[in-house]
Design a protein around this ligand. Structure first.
Ligand SMILES: Nc1ncnc2c1ncn2[C@@H]1O[C@H](COP(=O)(O)OP(=O)(O)OP(=O)(O)O)[C@@H](O)[C@H]1O
Length: 357
């Protein structure tokens, strides 16, 4: 449905989008993730027709959109600050796009009612926008974006201003809603939990380029680079040299999957793969911090050699701060991160990385 080919946008000397190739299939939900300034909003604006390209093409249903103004592209947009019209009631806001598309009144009213049902605000047509909660306003904004039945809905930080619990709830509702409607979605967020809960596919951006693209679980299990791994919050990363089926690291020798290329690389160990062992064999560490996460505890460990480690354990097994522990590493949680040239986006980032399994 949507294809970007070599899309580039420059602001003076700054390259906001750097030769981006991206496709979104019909009915697919794609979430673009990335740090601040990585080009996420610029990407959306380029697709919407609000930002001209300096190079490359945007195609919708195979048609080049060069010169097609935003309102003729058939895309629905929902921005972070959701910009509802304060002087219109809920029904007036949702009907806005329908009026613009000259849908007659007798068809508008049932459409608005159906959309409000869909977003969980049945019968809210006559309520004033100002008296709605943040989450309710967000739903109205969504209903307004969906009303003209756009072929593609684009969401910029759709749940940006809401608190965590409301986000977690709404993101599940959104996914269900999009599935029900068969909506094609391109969303942008810097919240990885939101992206992973909403998306069929996540696209991680770095400095105007795509650092990795894939189903959420794949990206989570096999980050393509140190950048992606760190962006996802993995910190157990160290330099390594692979030889004869093992990686030699500051933490000791770690098992790596068969077929891992020999030579220097970075190694990630997921916190679940840092195993507490009785004193003896393994890497001695001191427990320097504990963070409670539901029934689990994240332990911050200071090893006798090598960088700090995060481990995860059950509440009842959690050693006290200051305790001495020994750790071993589970092979299935060791991930080899392909090398990336220092200071540049990764040219081979779309290739599947080698993963410990
Ligand atoms: N109108 C503009 N003029 C100049 N530079 C701009 C303009 N819009 C964006 N940029 C620059 O382009 C780069 C990408 O910006 P963009 O807003 O797309 O990033 P983002 O990933 O959406 O960031 P955030 O998460 O902070 O919204 C940034 O370096 C930004 O400063």
């Amino acid at each position: 449905m949507l294809r970007l080919e070599g899309a580039a946008v420059r602001f003076g000397a700054r390259t906001a989008l750097d030769a981006v190739d991206l496709t979104v299939a019909a009915h697919e939900i794609v979430c673009v993730l990335g740090p601040s300034g990585s080009g996420k909003s610029t990407l959306l604006r380029a697709v919407a027709g609000l930002q001209p390209l300096d190079a490359g093409r945007v195609l919708l249903d195979g048609a080049d959109q060069a010169g097609v103004p935003a309102h003729r592209r058939g895309v629905g947009l929902m921005f972070q600050d959701h910009q509802l019209f304060p002087q219109r009631d809920v029904g007036g806001n949702v009907a806005f796009g329908l009026r613009m598309h000259k849908v007659p009144r007798d068809r508008r009213e049932p459409a608005v009612a159906a959309l409000l049902d869909l977003v969980g605000l049945p019968g809210a047509q006559r309520r004033a926008v100002a008296e709605l909660s943040g989450g309710e306003q967000q739903r109205v904004a969504l209903a307004r974006a969906l009303a003209p039945e756009p072929r593609l809905v684009m969401l910029d930080e759709p749940l940006g201003q809401l608190d965590r619990s409301l986000r977690d709830r709404l993101v599940v509702e959104l996914r269900r809603l999009f599935g029900q409607l068969g909506t094609t979605v391109l969303a942008v967020t810097h919240d990885q939990a939101e992206a992973f809960a909403l998306a069929d596919r996540v696209v991680v951006m770095r400095e105007g380029r795509i650092a990795q693209s894939g189903p959420p679980l794949d990206v989570w299990q096999r980050p393509a680079s140190e950048f992606v791994a760190r962006f996802l919050g993995f910190d157990n990363i160290t330099e390594a040299t692979v030889a004869a089926g093992h990686a030699v690291t500051a933490w000791g020798s770690l098992p790596v999957p068969d077929g891992t290329p020999e030579g220097p690389c970075h190694i990630l160990v997921r916190p679940a793969g840092v195993l507490l062992r009785p004193p003896g064999d393994g890497l001695p560490c001191e427990v320097t911090g504990r963070t409670f996460r539901g029934g689990r505890v994240a332990l911050l460990l200071h090893p006798d050699r090598g960088p700090a480690l995060e481990a995860e354990c059950a509440l009842r097994d959690a050693p006290a701060e200051g305790a001495r522990v020994t750790v071993a590493f589970a092979a299935e949680d060791v991930v080899v991160l392909p090398g990336e040239p220092a200071g540049s986006a990764e040219p081979d980032a779309m290739e599947a990385p080698t993963a410990g399994r």
